[in-house]
Design a protein around this ligand. Structure first.
Ligand code: GLC
Length: 552
């Protein structure tokens, strides 16, 4: 299969997120790797994907699952080599699947050559100016320079002595201390990232997912301003590009320059921003003059409630139009609780507290959760725009709630007073087979413990069951390719507040029953597929989506 030269291939693509450490281990060291991915291209093909997005696979001590990058232009030897990467890329392309790589521009790791140089260098030196080093406050500089917070630690400043520095300065990190922030006011950094983008684009990479894309540029004018907590989406909007730490006007200049680089390729390289801003704030990032797309994360927090979905869908479509882009739909990713679990909890349950109670503070309706998640996925697949699937979502995998504290890897837990158990529960390696060592993930165990029930959700078991989430996904994704329609949709009145019905311009209809009652769709069209068994004569059971073909 050859890749089309269509410049707009990405607008309604299906992109599958691979978390490389947890996908497939080819050498039995307990960590997933590049050759593991290459060995499973048949599986990826069976999902009728347009592209895969690989979370970071660069050399890293894995303090933050690889989002602590030692070298942006190499492959972690634990995961393979550049030659392995090239082989994977050419085999993916031969199978008609494109590839996005993750770019982490806000911070490197403390093991990056330039950070090692910075720590060894004098204050005020060019090496230190690649990062954000400052003198501390207090009589002898014993206090951090500002009150800025970090996602994974109380303060965004760490004294250099913690990293072996011999001077009395502090450096800035919005995430873990092992993730020092780059100084984006330094042209050398801007140029180095252009070099990184070019490095991967020249190798044939088709697109980029940009990590924390609303960060990078900070107000570094002296004296540094106070910013004791992160601004809300509303506050960022009101700040209009002038917040001290996020969503600054200058970051858009960076993306305009990246766009010029993307346009030098045929077809142009594409990008999607991970920007924690409001749906309206995302418009600039998604504009065709900048990255071209921005993740629409609103469904990540949604409950399985019709009106919540509808409001989010309407807002996202309006904003995508404003940006001249198409929107992205996702129910989860490597930072989020698995949707089968989210939707199996009562909407009133605080998900973080529930996770911290190891899932014991209130009951989980596992079956309802799985059904709702598959119904939700079939709904988003039918919408105009891109569908993102996070590995394991197609199996209806649940969050793993009982990872022993001693095995937790996530800095969100380890570096933050162990308040929030963090994100490891959705990063547990995939089960490929019903039995065997780590359920077929690899021969050497698994870097995060897999629960006993994982075998029942394995690709082997689900492939053999026509009613499994995997079989439903496979059929839906294959059909989606044939049903794809112009980027438009129309809502239809259902007379039931818990049922959403929309159609696409080619007569492709999607009806989802979010409620607890049955809904009758008799006469709305010919059934093409459903996320679960249907009743007789147009009966749509609760937590089910049906696709229909109607005459125009
Ligand atoms: C993004 C990633 C997350 C990571 C953080 C810091 O939000 O998705 O996994 O911890 O950036 O790089």
């Amino acid at each position: 299969m050859s890749l089309s030269k269509d410049k707009n291939w990405w607008r309604q693509a299906v992109v599958y997120q691979i978390y490389p450490r947890s996908f497939k281990d080819s050498n039995g060291d307990g960590l997933g790797d590049i050759k593991g991915i290459t060995s499973k291209i048949d599986y990826l093909s069976s999902l009728s994907l347009d592209a895969v997005w690989l979370s970071p696979f660069y050399p890293s001590a894995l303090v933050d699952g690889g989002y602590d990058v030692d070298d942006y232009r190499d492959v972690d030897p634990k995961l393979g080599s550049l030659a392995d990467f090239d082989e994977m890329l050419s085999k993916l392309h031969a199978a008609g699947i494109r590839i996005f790589v993750d770019i982490v521009p806000n911070h490197s790791s403390n093991l990056h050559l330039w950070f090692k140089e910075a720590i060894a260098a004098e204050p005020g030196s060019a090496a230190r100016n690649r990062y954000i080093f400052r003198d501390g406050k207090g009589a002898s500089g014993e206090l951090p320079p500002t009150d800025w917070p970090s996602h994974f630690a109380p303060s965004a400043w760490t004294h250099e002595s913690k990293m072996g520095g011999k001077h009395n300065q502090w450096y800035c990190h919005l995430f873990a201390p092992e993730q020092p922030d780059w100084n984006w006011d330094n042209r050398e950094i801007e140029e180095d990232f252009l070099k990184t983008l070019k490095f991967w684009a020249d190798r044939g990479v088709d697109g980029f997912r940009i990590d924390v894309a609303h960060a990078m540029k900070k107000d570094l004018s002296e004296p540094l301003q106070s910013q004791p907590r992160y601004a809300s989406h509303k506050e960022l909007e009101l700040a209009n590009g002038t917040n001290v730490l996020f969503d600054r006007n200058e970051v858009h200049e960076v993306y305009k320059e990246w766009r010029k680089l993307f346009e030098q390729y045929d077809p142009p390289r594409v990008a999607v921003a991970e920007a924690n801003v409001s749906a309206e704030g995302a418009v600039k990032y998604a504009s065709t003059a900048e990255l071209g797309q921005c993740f629409n994360f609103e469904l990540l927090d949604a409950n399985f409630i019709a009106n919540e979905f509808k409001l989010i869908i309407d807002r996202a479509l309006v904003n995508a139009k404003k940006a001249g882009s198409s929107t992205t739909w996702c129910l989860n990713n490597h930072d989020q609780m698995r949707p089968a679990t989210k939707f199996g909890l009562l909407p009133t349950v605080d998900r973080v507290n529930w996770r911290n109670s190891n899932g014991t503070s209130s009951p989980l309706d596992e079956k309802l959760g799985t059904q709702s998640a598959v119904a939700g996925s079939m709904l988003i697949m039918a919408l105009p725009g891109c569908t993102y699937i996070y590995q394991g979502e197609e199996l209806g995998l649940h969050e793993v709630m009982d990872i022993p504290e001693s095995e937790i890897q996530d800095p969100q837990y380890l570096r933050n007073h162990k308040i929030d158990k963090g994100r490891d529960g959705c990063r547990v390696p995939l089960p490929w087979t019903k039995t065997g060592s780590s359920f077929g993930f690899g021969d050497g165990g698994s870097h995060l413990p897999q629960p006993k029930h994982f075998g029942d959700y394995s690709i082997e078991v689900e492939s053999a069951d026509p009613s499994s989430p995997l079989s439903i996904f496979r059929k839906a994704l294959a059909l989606r390719k044939t049903l794809i329609a112009p980027e438009d949709m129309t809502w239809h009145e259902t007379g039931d507040a818990q049922v959403l019905h929309f159609s696409r311009p080619n007569g492709w209809n999607c009806i989802t029953n979010f409620g607890r009652n049955h809904y009758n769709f008799d006469g709305a069209g010919e059934v093409i597929h459903s996320s679960g068994p249907l009743g007789k004569a147009g009966d749509l059971p609760p937590a089910t989506t049906v696709w229909l073909r109607s005459s125009l």
